[in-house]
Each structure stands twice: as C-alpha cells, then as structure tokens.
Design a protein around this ligand. Structure first.
Ligand code: DGP
Length: 120
C-alpha cells in the first residue's frame, strides 16, 4: 500500500501517535488532536485523496465505508441516540487545513447552530 506523506498518512502508518479507534484496509479513524466537542473523531481513507473535489466513482466503496463507519462509531461512543454532526471541509473557503480527505464525527453535547457566512 503506497501512502503519500500527509500528517494523516503518518498516523495511518503509525509513524506518529494518535488515538486510533478503528482501522481496516480502507479507512482509519482516530480522535482529533484539537477536539471541538467531547467526541471528535476523524475518519480518513488509507490512501491520499486530497479533497472532496478529488473524489471519483472508483472511490464509492471507500466513501461508503467512511459514512457507515461514522454511524457505527457514533453508536460505539454512545452519541447516536442524542445525535451528532458529520462534516467534510473542502479547500480554503471550507477551512480545510489538512489536505487528506477526512470526515469529522462530532458530538457528545448540544452543538452550536450550523455555521453560515460570516464577514471576517
Ligand atoms: P480540517 O480543517 O477539516 O482540515 O481539519 C483538520 C483537523 O485535523 C483539525 O480538527 C485538527 C486535526 N489534526 C491536525 N493535525 C493532527 C494530528 O497530528 N493529529 C490528530 N489526531 N489530529 C490532527
């Protein structure tokens, strides 16, 4: 398996430490280093897809795995019934910081309202 060098690929390869909650041949899930809620888990493909703009039909299985895993982890973490939020940030206006596609699973408390346009 060839993995390009992003901070997340190093986590996937266990080259830097992260609290990995799940890993299989397609995806890895680990706790966010800067959580914005009591539960904040990132789910990433094991190979580099930089942004959601780079997704193609061949990625259907991996994207399905990411969503299904988000639902499963939410149950495992005990936040499914009360609810949670799933977010994918894309590029500059989406405030993407790490250019390795990832899904944020966020919950464990009543979250703020959805972010909308803000003049800054
Ligand atoms: P985004 O803005 O969508 O690209 O979010 C990137 C997230 O990645 C951000 O919430 C912080 C998290 N993050 C960045 N570097 C690391 C790291 O080295 N370890 C872990 N566990 N999370 C990281």
């Amino acid at each position: 398996m060839v993995i390009a060098d992003t901070i997340f690929s190093k986590i996937i390869k266990h080259e830097i430490i992260a609290d990995i909650v799940y890993q299989d041949e397609l995806v890895t899930a680990f706790r966010d280093a800067s959580p914005c809620a009591p539960i904040h888990i990132l789910i990433v493909p094991n190979f580099l897809i930089p942004t959601l703009n780079d997704v193609v039909e061949d990625h259907e299985a991996i994207l399905g795995r990411m969503i299904i895993l988000a639902s499963k982890i939410a149950k495992d973490e005990g936040i499914a019934e009360d609810g949670y939020r799933v977010i994918i940030n894309c590029n500059k206006n989406g405030r993407q910081e790490v250019y390795h596609l990832h899904l944020h699973l966020i919950g464990g408390c009543l979250l703020g309202p959805m972010l909308v346009y803000r003049d800054i």
